[in-house]
Design a protein around this ligand. Structure first.
Ligand SMILES: Nc1ncnc2c1ncn2[C@@H]1O[C@H](COP(=O)(O)OP(=O)(O)OP(=O)(O)O)[C@@H](O)[C@H]1O
Length: 296
């Protein structure tokens, strides 16, 4: 079942188009990623879905409700991660949770959340005194205090060290394991690859690709080597090979599946000596660059 259905979302700021027909749907229980270069409309998209901004046109349904018409009912059932700057430095951890719990009709017991997210001993600490990782855990706890069916996490691990990022990834997996659908806006390829079931790649206000991380990467890889022979035989005709190019002695063969084994066996049969052999696997970053013309 789709918990979010976005159809042909359009929005302009002062005549400048930011969203130019964005459509996607998110299935129940998924971790759904939204990936894209800076300023491409990720936050605008997510905030329209959350009902915090109004699109110029298009429809958004969350849990079967029209966000434009039933914003209140939608807010009751979603959890939105706050940005750093939205909490006063001197607010205590328990006060923040108590305050946010009061916004919801059926909140979770925030004392449980403190335990679950490893903040029990920070209960009386002021927000400004928490470490980066502790702040992130508090943001997650605040996003979950309303007992939501869908949680929106925007750039959750920006600014964290590698260890804290990995810990946060485990926490995000735990949110999903508890039955909450997660929409994750991220800049990090490794994060998206590790966590997301499907990813929408946004570029200049449209979805340029929507697939699993493995599907986006595609099955195509490159084999590079130096060949000391003019005639390499029919490499292009081998199973799995999709392209062959040669510059002097340097040869690049592109292919899918186990094409490298076929190429190596073929070269051995033709007594071609090769050196400097390398096989490059395409990464999500390569796929992203190919789709958007931009690198991270
Ligand atoms: N309230 C606003 N008024 C005018 N322009 C805005 C407003 N909010 C966003 N923009 C512009 O719309 C474009 C998309 O912004 P948005 O924050 O949605 O992108 P993003 O993909 O989330 O970017 P980033 O990755 O940098 O956070 C940007 O050019 C931004 O400057």
């Amino acid at each position: 079942m789709a918990v979010i259905e976005v159809t042909d979302l359009r929005k302009a700021y002062a005549g400048q188009t930011v969203l130019d027909g964005v459509s996607f749907s998110v299935e129940e229980g998924e971790i759904f990623g939204i990936l894209g270069p800076n300023g491409t409309g990720k936050t605008t998209t997510v905030e329209c879905v959350e009902g915090l901004r109004r699109p110029d046109s298009g429809t958004i349904r969350v849990l079967g409700l029209d966000v434009g018409k039933d914003a209140r009912l939608v807010h009751e059932q979603i959890g939105v991660q706050l940005q750093q700057t939205q909490l006063p430095e001197n607010l205590k951890v328990w006060e923040a949770l108590d305050l946010y719990a009061s916004f919801y009709a059926r909140p979770r017991d925030w004392r449980e959340l403190l335990e679950e997210w490893g903040l029990a001993d920070k209960r009386n600490a002021r927000f400004g005194k928490l470490s980066g990782g502790q702040k992130q855990r508090l943001f997650i706890a605040l996003a979950l205090v309303g007992n939501p069916k869908v949680a929106f996490l925007d750039e959750l691990t920006t600014g964290l060290d590698p260890q804290a990022r990995r810990t946060t990834w485990e926490l995000i997996k735990r949110i999903r394991a508890n039955g909450v659908t997660v929409v994750l806006v991220s800049h990090f390829m490794d994060e998206v690859e590790e966590l997301c079931d499907r990813v929408a790649v946004l570029d200049r206000g449209t979805v340029v690709a929507l697939d699993t991380p493995a599907g986006l990467v595609g099955g195509e890889h490159q084999m590079r080597f130096t060949a000391q022979a003019d005639d390499l035989g029919d490499l292009a005709g081998l199973p799995g090979v999709t392209g062959v190019s040669r510059t002097g002695n340097r040869v690049v063969v592109t292919g899918r599946g186990d094409f490298a084994t076929a190429v190596t066996a073929h070269l051995a049969r033709h007594h071609v000596l090769v050196s400097d052999l390398r096989i490059d696997k395409r990464t999500l970053e390569d796929a992203f660059t190919a789709l958007t013309g931009k690198s991270f």
